[in-house]
Design a binder for this molecule. Sequence first.
Ligand SMILES: Cc1cc2nc3c(=O)[nH]c(=O)nc-3n(C[C@H](O)[C@H](O)[C@H](O)COP(=O)(O)OP(=O)(O)OC[C@H]3O[C@@H](n4cnc5c(N)ncnc54)[C@H](O)[C@@H]3O)c2cc1C
Length: 167
Amino acid sequence: MYSIKHAQLAMGALPMADITIYTIDVRAFGKGYNEFYEQAKSMGVQFVKGKVARIERLDNGNMALHYEDMLGEGGHKTAEHDLVVLTVGFLPNTDVFSLYKGEALAADEFGYLRETDPVSEPTRTNVDGLFAAGTTIGVMDIPDTVLHSGAAASQAAGYLERTRGGQ
Ligand SMILES: Cc1cc2nc3c(=O)[nH]c(=O)nc-3n(C[C@H](O)[C@H](O)[C@H](O)COP(=O)(O)OP(=O)(O)OC[C@H]3O[C@@H](n4cnc5c(N)ncnc54)[C@H](O)[C@@H]3O)c2cc1C
């Protein structure tokens, strides 16, 4: 999604630019995301479903991109571009496991913290009094992060209120 956003921004600044996004899967999973993807296509962004295997610099300064064409005719293809931007995938920050010395924090197989019950008690972790917000629990956009952080603040306030009486 952020590659699509960058493509739209680049096209806004450079309307004559030819932009191609090589993708294995388009992960337009959220509300309005598919429309955003369709909008980029209608603006002229080309999407190629193809796994990029190698990039080499040519004598003219351009880049040759070798990729596997997964749709269309299939097979090995080469395309020439004057600029190649690599998009990195989203990864969890696993620093939290060394920062927090108490009881082991529950996480999923990718290293994102696990909510004990995302439906009835969002942000609550397996550790008493520790609440996880935003992208600590998974890939999230800004609106969902804001919503989730509000839930964490609310959970923390409720926790303090409950435990204060016991002190
Ligand atoms: C390139 C890119 C483009 C994006 N574009 C969009 C967009 O257009 N719209 C949209 O809705 N979403 C977009 N997103 C997603 C958006 O960035 C996230 O949803 C949002 O930033 C998540 O907020 P967060 O608070 O969970 O994490 P972050 O914003 O990553 O905040 C975590 C903070 O913790 C700090 N931190 C980390 N470790 C430590 C530590 N040990 N001690 C102290 N501080 C620490 C970090 O420096 C960082 O400031 C984009 C993401 C990327 C990568």
